[in-house]
Design a protein around this ligand. Structure first.
Ligand code: PMP
Length: 359
């Protein structure tokens, strides 16, 4: 039986995608083998890879002066690759700290560059994005990095920062493809796949061409965007199955009407959940309303002792992985693209019933 899986990542994938992958697992399009067994240099796999890139470009309306890279190492390896590629030795880099993922990104960058924390959400307990008017941006920074959606805190930027000509770099891991964005505002976008793109093991980087060819000496070739772009992300063997599965997800998204359509569905999902939480008089979400994530919805119960019972009873009802991140506790519902509105409605019905029984 399929469950409604509220995990933060690896997360739920669309059922039609899984069914198609199962259908063609042992014999991909008459090749007599699975996609996993195809050479990455074969015409067949190059076709899969090219189509996936074309579909992603169409979904996000990626301008032609951007390269799309299909890489390994997760978003975490990009925390290092970004300063190695974009910051010359001794350069200052601007980071906005809105929670655990931006903190990890800026800590790693500190190994390669001088980090200026342009803004820190500490005063708001990391429950809100600091207003941009108060940021201390360094006009000479090599780039400005931010995390549009903090997966753990459930805090999402309601705006795209104005980096004033400095390349804007964004960790879109947990919000990419959730609705349309204007890619031309960014120098570089990166995202681990395991939430809205496909299976873990694949990382997508979208980088403006003028930022290529700047890697500092000593950068490993597989981390050098220019070298990877020149080889179509096949400087070495790419994660072929993940790339293929991402392609199926992109096609599923296109068939659903693209990002405008999925965005409307995501808006309806998050509104249903937040409005129930706010009106429940039982559950609580601490994030400033303007900065609430569309994808990750943390909430608390009136008594922490009830958390275990909540998770266990929810799982028994087919609603799984609702425990908050191990560092913060509480509960968290991740409602990425593959989570249907019915899943959110089932969660709300369960929450209402739980509150009635335990309230
Ligand atoms: N950034 C964000 C916003 C994330 O949510 C995560 C993973 N949950 C990461 C970075 C790290 O990604 P990975 O595990 O793919 O390295």
């Amino acid at each position: 039986m399929r469950v409604y899986n509220f995990a933060a990542g690896p997360a739920m994938l669309p059922l039609p995608v899984l069914e198609q992958a199962r259908e063609e697992l042992c014999d991909w399009q008459g090749s007599g083998m699975s996609v996993m067994e195809l050479s990455h240099r074969s015409r067949a796999f190059i076709g899969v890879a090219t189509q996936a890139e074309a579909d992603l470009r169409e979904l996000l309306a990626i301008p032609s002066n951007y390269k799309v890279l299909f890489l390994q190492g997760g978003a975490t390896l990009q925390f290092s690759a970004i300063p190695m590629n974009l910051a010359p030795e001794g350069a200052v880099v601007d980071y906005v700290n809105t929670g655990q993922w931006s903190k990890k990104a800026l800590t790693e960058a500190g190994r390669y560059a001088r980090v200026n924390v342009a803004a820190d959400a500490k005063d708001a307990n990391y429950f809100a994005v600091p207003p941009e008017s108060g940021w201390r941006k360094d006009p000479s920074a090599a780039y400005l990095h931010y995390t549009p959606n903090e997966t753990i805190g459930g805090v999402e930027f309601p705006f795209v920062p104005d980096s004033r000509g400095v390349p804007l770099v964004a960790d879109f891991s947990s919000t990419i493809l959730s609705r349309p964005i204007d890619v031309s505002r960014f120098g570089l976008i990166y995202a681990g796949a395991q939430k809205n793109i496909g299976p873990s093991g694949l990382t997508v980087v979208i980088v403006r061409e003028d930022l290529l060819g700047r890697a500092r000496p000593g950068t490993p070739a597989v981390l050098d965007y220019q070298a990877m772009a020149a080889e179509g992300s096949m400087l070495n063997t790419p994660p072929t199955f993940g790339w293929y599965l991402a392609g199926l997800v992109f096609r599923w998204l296109k068939a659903k009407g693209g990002l405008a359509a999925i965005g409307e569905q995501n808006r309806a999902k998050m509104q249903a959940l937040y409005s129930y939480i706010d009106g429940s008089g039982y559950y609580e979400n601490p994030v400033a309303p303007a900065c609430r994530s569309w994808m990750n919805v943390p909430f608390r119960l009136p008594k922490p002792e009830l958390e275990k019972a909540f998770a266990t009873e929810a799982a028994a009802a087919g609603l799984t992985n609702l425990e908050g991140h191990r560092s913060v506790g509480g509960m968290r519902a991740s409602i990425y693209n593959a989570m249907p509105l019915e899943g959110v409605q089932a969660l709300v019905a369960f929450m209402r019933e739980f509150a009635r029984r335990h309230g």
